[in-house]
Design a protein around this ligand. Sequence first.
Ligand code: ARG
Ligand code: GLU
Length: 720
Amino acid sequence: MKKLIRFIAIFSLLTTSFNLSADEGMWIPLLLNKNIDQMQKLGWKLTAEDIYSVNHSSLKDGIVMFGRGCTGEVVSPNGLLLTNHHCGFGVIQRHSSLEHDYLTDGFWAASMEDEKPNPGLTVTFLVRMEDVTSQVLEGIASNLSELERDAVIRKNSKTIVEKATDGNHFDARVVPYFHGNQYYLYVTEVFKDIRFVGAPPSGIGKFGGDTDNWMWPRHTGDFSVFRIYADSNNMPAEYSKDNVPYRPKHFFPISLGGYEQGDFALLFGNPGSTREYLPSYAVDQIAFKENPVKIGLRQKRLDIIGYSMDTSRLVRIQYASKHAGISNYWKKMIGETRGITKANGVARKKEFEADFQKWADANEEDKPGYSNILPLFEKMYDKLGPVDMAFTYLREAGMAPEIFSLATRAQDLIKAASDKTVSDEEVEKEAQDLLRSSRGFYKNYQPLIDQKITSEMLEEMQDHMEKQYLPDIFATIEKKYKGNIPAYTSTLFSTSIFTDSTRLYSFLNGFRRKSVRKLAEDPAYLLGQSIMAKYRNEIYPAGKGINSQIDSLQRIYMQALMEMQPNRQFYPDANSTLRVCYGKVDGFEPADGVEYNYYTTTHGILEKEDSTIYDYDVDPRLKELIASSDYGRYADADGTMHVAFISTIHSTGGNSGAPVLNGNGELIGINFDRNWEGTMSDLIYDPDQCRNIVLDIRYLLFILDKYAGAGWLVEEMNVR
Ligand code: ARG
Ligand code: GLU
């Protein structure tokens, strides 16, 4: 029976491809009035005003963008903040050393005095948003070129932002929605004193590691704890020991009640980017051309880094964050391409496009131009193909050597030192700046790993890129090294001043204007410059014209879709702004004959345990706690300790760390991942296969309270 239902679900998706299920969508918090009836029918007990309001405190006031990409939520009157372990990973790694290895062992502040400052880390609240479409588009005539249009939009946006930030401490930006058919003013407040309060050891916070990443069933305690500090007036301030815990306008109460199959669940966070309204040509390009190349290149880097991490504890610490970063999207892309293949995503889009074409042709008189959209799309994507491939190789291979990023940082110093109008003091300052930033670089750097990666990436470029797009450095390699790339990189790594910290430090400390030649002729610098030059002078300009035409087509296509389906409720693609997504707690069938439950328990941690595999090494104390089943009030009604659950909520990168709420607006979990079968939801959402993965809040409390002995943090929260 289930099989049949599934078949019908897929079939209806196939034929009406753009018909929304209740679960699909990432909604603008300001406009929830349109959804609220449906939400309440599904189990939401509060109002739209409770979620977003500018007149009184609302749920949005408890949510932040954590750092530059993740989400976090406030859970106590003292600014206590929860997010994912993987969102705090970089911070935890920066506080770690061989002596204090917080990645491996975890960290728990014993009191507020113990909480660790993090220069550069910010959290951002949404103050308000406002539809400013008509102001942004003011003065735009239909005969303007794309470039002229952009210029007017930029000018109008600047005026709007200036007005919104005049006389206050807020930031603001104007953000396009629906591919430039609508614009919203987005006003935010940024806090800068964010302290690290605690995180479980990787054996809990990253349990299952990259092996389980993007997979269900999952047993990862993926959380970390921070606190927002403010000045004595509760205002954002740079770090100061005199700052005090921030008093939020809203903090989330926590439910110990759990959830059942089919229960309503709501996710409130900052999804980064989706592309749901692309034409079939674009989906084909992404899933079957771009992704395979990126996957292959990343695989090579991961193999090199992984090998060294397995053989050295130091390398494991140094490269943990980098490895996780490369691996994450490597695996996501594998899932995405598989998902698109299995769901016949391209064919599905094509079928829909046939309907669209019929509609556009029939309405040619009232809506001239619409019938040309798809043929033009096809032409433009054909043209983009080769440029896109060149760009992909440059990004994923050419810019992959770490030494690339360090050497290009020398640009400012070279510029300053070569410019006679710049004073000696300023040149000296540039040299010291470079010295300082290079210290952070070397803390986590192994030249041998980088050398291998550089060789392999350059070889890939040489073997696969069209000759016209190859950076000039390859001509040098041909001439001086007879095309022998390993010989070239070996010379580069043994002679460059950037590959050896003592060499670079002593050079920079004694820096004189006339030594600038040594920098400008450094082989690592030259490699970086050659790659950048190819990008700047050829690939970017070639892509820019095509992309701008594609953008304008996409805008018109979006508008046409909305006119073609006037009764359909559209949601805009994710764009790193706050969105509300909702669905129901539910398992799924990943393959014929296989059914996945909607939750996991601590039992599965012991099942997965394998002390010979780093990712499945279970912390001995956690093991004892599980063995004694001492879960107290955190156990489910069935007596087990739930670790994670899944729901049909439509989510994407950036929703990590975001609160998952029950119908009463109480926290039941923290979003941290998606299932592999469903990662295609960034391009096509399928209610049958797409699930978000959520850490059960009761497991988090159990770890804090029983494992970490950090009961003082639980006391701060409102646990129901
Ligand atoms: N896939 C999740 C996300 O996209 C988690 C990534 C971090 N975890 C990992 N094992 N690399 O962010
Ligand atoms: N782990 C992702 C993040 O960092 C969430 C997973 C997803 O892409 O849905 O935002």
